[in-house]
Design a protein around this ligand. Structure first.
Ligand SMILES: [Fe+2]
Length: 137
């Protein structure tokens, strides 16, 4: 069963939406591993999420610079907060072992829904409007 679907999270920007599609799948797998207490999948899922978000956030930030997005600095702060939190979860997991599943699941679930539905949607709108101006000029 999926925890998130693209229908909930669609921004209308093809690059962001494709990467979000991948992210939703990674997040859903990780949330399943959390709920079912599958330790190996939890650890590998967390590592893969960390890798994929680094790539996705970088691509999103490049787009923001290309399109002169005025919310770039604030958006980047949100990405950096997420990366720091996931890095800290990873360190805690290595030092102390398990029992992080509930905290990780609730942080990731809330962060993604809030971030995509509020901040990424505003960014996608800015990019779409910028593209229309470029085509009509
Ligand atoms: Fe973002």
């Amino acid at each position: 069963m999926a925890f998130f679907t693209m229908e909930d999270l669609k921004t209308g920007n093809p690059l962001i939406d494709e990467q979000h599609r991948q992210l939703i799948s990674i997040v859903n797998d990780l949330l399943s591993a959390c709920r079912q207490r599958r330790a190996e999948q939890f650890e590998s899922g967390l590592a893969f999420l960390r890798y994929y978000t680094a790539k996705h956030f970088f691509d999103e930030e490049v787009l923001q610079i290309q399109y002169g997005y005025p919310g770039y600095a604030a958006h980047r702060v949100r990405h950096d907060e997420f990366k720091t939190t996931i890095r800290n979860f990873t360190l805690e997991l290595k030092e102390n072992g398990g029992n992080l599943e509930d905290r990780v699941a609730s942080y990731i679930g809330e962060w993604f829904v809030n971030h995509i539905l509020t901040e990424d949607i505003v960014l996608a709108r800015h990019i779409r409007e910028g593209a229309k101006i470029a085509i009509s000029a």
